[in-house]
Ligand binder design. Structure first.
Ligand code: 6PG
Length: 246
């Protein structure tokens, strides 16, 4: 099931995301004793991460942090202290400000080659979720952004969108950025119980329209690959990003 919510400001979008994060964590911890979430990189999620890091925030207070396990949707091929690192951003803004045990954070080792990092991350996830070789993990929550080229995580247009079902995570060569990335595959993302897109800014308007209302062309608009097999998909959008939607 897909839902689109439109907010007047990025702040309102971030507050709603924090509420959904807290609700998902309460549900997961109540039902299964722990909460697994994969974080998005880029800049849009920073608003959400700042709210969850604010010790006076009501949503932050509602999260059982000791039972939260943090993963990443994708990572750049850089070391964890590099300005480009999604881990570095999340750690500085969010993870270093919540009472989350260090061993509950599973970063993608961007300092390795993309291929080795993808294999290492897939193995780590398989071990954590106690998966057989052909099983995929079911995250409780996956946060995603949307690029102005309709990429999500690091599933970019005209790349091997890493559809190989055996791959939990894959190395992707992003020619247009002249760089390698590591990303959860769309197949893995689609196993999640809840997928939240956070999309803000006029620059995303045409990508969002193409993804939500355009023809199904996943090579052009990779975010169209994101369709949960048995979960909820919620698009949290800011008014500028949603300005072209019917
Ligand atoms: C990354 C993200 C990427 C991001 C989009 C949107 O590694 O950059 O995973 O998929 O979510 O590019 O980025 P902004 O939120 O900065 O617009």
């Amino acid at each position: 099931m897909k839902k689109v919510e439109i907010f007047d400001t990025p702040e309102e979008l971030s507050r709603r995301a924090a509420q959904l994060f807290a609700e998902a964590s309460r549900r997961a911890i109540g039902e299964r004793g722990h909460f697994t979430a994969a974080l998005a990189g880029g800049s849009t999620p920073k608003g959400l991460y700042k709210i969850l890091a604010d010790e006076n925030d009501e949503f932050r207070a509602g999260v059982g942090w000791k039972k939260v396990f943090i993963f990443f949707g994708d990572e750049r091929n850089v070391p964890p202290n590099d300005e480009q690192s999604n881990y570095k951003m999340a750690h500085e803004v969010f993870l270093s400000n919540v009472p989350l045990p260090r061993q509950n954070i599973f970063r993608i080792k961007g300092e390795l080659s993309a291929k080795d990092a993808a294999e290492d991350y897939s193995k780590t996830i398989r071990r954590f979720f106690k998966l057989d070789d052909d099983e995929l993990p079911r995250f409780d929550l996956i946060l995603l952004g949307l690029g102005d080229d309709a990429h999500t995580a690091s599933i970019f247009p005209h790349t091997s969108a890493a559809e190989n079902p055996q791959d939990i995570a894959a190395a992707v060569n992003v020619r247009k950025l002249q760089t390698e990335r590591v990303t959860l595959t769309a197949k893995t993302i689609n196993q999640a119980r809840e997928i939240l897109f956070l999309v803000s800014g006029e620059a995303k308007a045409s990508a969002l329209k193409n993804v939500l209302e355009g023809e199904f062309q996943p090579e052009e608009f990779p975010a169209q690959l994101i369709k949960p097999t048995d979960g909820e998909l919620i698009w949290l959008t800011e008014r500028g990003a949603a300005s072209l939607l019917d």
